[in-house]
Design a protein around this ligand. Structure first.
Ligand SMILES: CC(C)(COP(=O)(O)OP(=O)(O)OC[C@H]1O[C@@H](n2cnc3c(N)ncnc32)[C@H](O)[C@@H]1OP(=O)(O)O)[C@@H](O)C(=O)NCCC(=O)NCCS
Length: 185
């Protein structure tokens, strides 16, 4: 839960630059694999997989590409702000793909996740002229899938193997479940 002082702060967004990669890498790893939440909590993946979610080298490569962007959310009071979340958007033909959505576990449930999703969809629509947003959710996270459904996403019925490089699944049969949402102005 957000503290009273956190609740008075405002979320703002900006696009990431090469200067942000170290802090973004730490944030992503902490959110996906090293959060404060207990194992099997709805928010992280530490009970499902082990290994890096992203590397600094991969982040630099993303930032060199014109069809990809990393959006950052900051929480601040107008004087100071802190990075609290990020999302990676990739243009893929007539649709865009979201990935690496991560919110600092210390600042979750104050709306940063929904803020980033909404901005990613607007960015895809306006900058990449995408008609649809697609993504995937790792199996075994029903609460997270429910969260995407509440944001208007639906399952496509397709799955994909879970085999990111350098990552070890901790449970049998782990896979990605594909989701999508139609984007409209
Ligand atoms: C998923 C994630 C981005 C959400 O970020 P967030 O900033 O906490 O999200 P918001 O504050 O916008 O929304 C919080 C939601 O969590 C829900 N929630 C909070 N605690 C919950 C719990 N114990 N069980 C289920 N849902 C819970 C709230 O109901 C709220 O959803 P609602 O507004 O639709 O009711 C964040 O948990 C995260 O970074 N997780 C680790 C990385 C990850 O899994 N990314 C997604 C990969 S596909």
């Amino acid at each position: 839960m957000a503290s009273a002082s956190e609740a008075q702060k405002v979320l703002t967004g900006r696009t990431a630059t090469h200067d942000d990669v170290e802090i973004v890498e730490r944030l992503v790893q902490y959110a996906f694999r090293g959060g404060k939440q207990s194992a099997k909590s709805w928010t992280g993946e530490e009970h499902l997989v082990r290994g890096p979610r992203i590397t600094i080298e991969e982040l630099h490569k993303i930032l060199d590409l014109s069809d990809q962007v990393i959006l950052l959310a900051e929480l601040g009071d107008g004087i100071e702000s802190q990075l609290v979340g990020c999302i990676h958007v990739t243009q893929e033909g007539d649709h865009s793909h979201i990935g690496m959505l991560a919110v600092d576990p210390d600042v979750q449930s104050v709306g940063a996740g929904k803020f980033l999703m909404s901005w990613a969809e607007r960015y895809a629509l306006e900058q990449f002229e995408s008609k649809e947003m697609v993504g995937e959710v790792v199996s075994g996270r029903p609460e997270l899938m429910d969260w995407y459904m509440r944001l208007g996403y639906e399952q496509t019925g397709e799955t994909a193997p879970f085999n990111p490089p350098g990552v070890t699944p901790l449970v049998e049969g782990l896979h990605f479940v594909k989701i999508r949402k139609r984007l409209a102005r």
